[in-house]
Design a protein around this ligand. Structure first.
Ligand code: BGC
Ligand code: ZN
Ligand code: ZN
Length: 355
């Protein structure tokens, strides 16, 4: 079968013919795989923790949706079921044993397509049913590839709900309609964050350093999500009219933590998600703003099985109304390897069609 492989840590990608002996599990025909910043970084040889499962090459791909082609009765799945595989697989620590490998205590886990386990960019794979999540509504088949990035958002939402319970952090009418959340980053993850948090009834402002693409503007407009291009209006100016009650960073590449702590209100909630970046320019100022003003800054990576299921339910119930199909801006063949290195002008999420 065909598979997209890389030889870590050097990077580079190629479409290879691979012959992998199937272990026990269900056979899944791959339908779509998504490519994200992580895949591009791996392809560019910039992620130090990438490692193969066996030998020297790794099959890429951690965002996927597929169809069960061979099952067994006791697995809870049947032929034809639409499934999303989980990325991270447990190690031996207590959190991993409790099914919360997203909170792994010692780093002894593997991640499909990233570290220590072959991923899903291939025609088919065999999977342990414990790590499959079922999609019930076939009408979301094409957007279900967004489940994996969206499960990160569902975990952020859980953390956010937890953090806001510290104090009566709601409006006089007990909703969140007077609160403003600033989301940094207008890639897939940023847009999914905005989409999910908007559905909580909070005002969302998407922040970007450059003018936004037309398609992103349309998506935000139709979901009544506000936006700020900091090349034409500063964050400091914007928060005068719309105070920053909460912030989520999905960029990591710029000094976002500093921008957030400079502008967030007292009792603010900041969730940091982006990782590929530089350190804040002034650690002292940042810490002073956080500690002295009771701002919660929470790191968040990965999510639990329940978050995958929640992402799927969200798309099943609100995906159409929120026009989430617009997040997928290109469908490519496995041969089109240039998508790992090139960025289209209006690109949000690119997917590879395997069948
Ligand atoms: C995935 C996470 C994963 C992380 C780091 C992200 O792209 O969504 O589940 O833990 O990469 O490997
Ligand atoms: Zn990803
Ligand atoms: Zn662990």
């Amino acid at each position: 079968m065909r598979a997209i492989t890389t030889v870590p840590p050097g990077g580079g990608v190629k479409l290879s013919q691979v012959n992998i002996e199937s272990k026990n599990g269900l056979k899944i025909k791959t339908y779509r795989t998504g490519i994200c910043g992580t895949d591009k970084e791996i392809a560019a040889g910039r992620l130090a923790f990438v490692r193969p499962e066996l030998g020297s090459s790794l099959i890429l791909g951690h965002e996927a949706v597929g169809i069960v082609t061979e099952s067994d009765e006791n697995s809870g799945f049947k032929e034809g079921d639409i499934v999303v595989p989980m990325v991270r697989r447990p190690g031996k620590c207590r959190m991993c044993r409790l099914g919360r490998q997203d909170f792994c205590e010692d780093g002894d886990f593997v991640e499909a397509g990233i570290r220590g386990k072959n991923g899903f960019m291939r025609d088919e794979f065999v999977e342990d049913p414990r790590f499959l999540v079922k999609v019930n509504d076939p009408s979301i088949l094409d957007i279900a590839v967004l489940t994996e990035p969206m499960k990160n958002v569902m975990k952020m939402k859980e953390i956010f709900q937890f953090m806001r319970m510290r104090i009566p952090w709601y409006c006089d009418d007990s909703t969140l309609s007077c609160k403003n959340l600033y989301v940094f980053g207008t890639g897939t993850e940023g847009l999914l964050i905005s989409t999910v948090f908007k559905s909580l009834g909070i005002n969302v402002v998407e922040v970007n350093r450059h003018p936004l693409g037309e398609n992103v503007m349309d998506y935000l407009d139709s979901n009544k999500i506000d936006y700020l291009d900091t090349s034409s209006e500063t964050l400091g100016r914007k928060v005068k009219d719309q105070p920053m009650d909460a912030a989520i960073d999905a960029v990591g590449a710029m000094d976002v933590l500093k921008e957030i702590t400079d502008n967030i209100r007292n009792n603010g909630i900041a969730i940091m998600f982006g990782t590929s970046g530089q350190l804040p320019s002034s650690t002292y100022e940042v810490l002073e703003n956080i500690v002295d003003r009771n701002v919660v800054v929470v790191g968040s990576v990965d999510g639990a099985k329940a978050h995958y299921a929640e992402a799927i339910r969200f798309m099943e119930t609100q995906g159409k109304a929120m026009q989430m199909e617009r997040i997928i801006t290109g469908k490519y063949e496995p041969e089109d390897l240039k998508i790992f290195s090139e960025k289209e002008k209006l690109e949000i999420k690119k997917v590879i069609a395997w069948s």
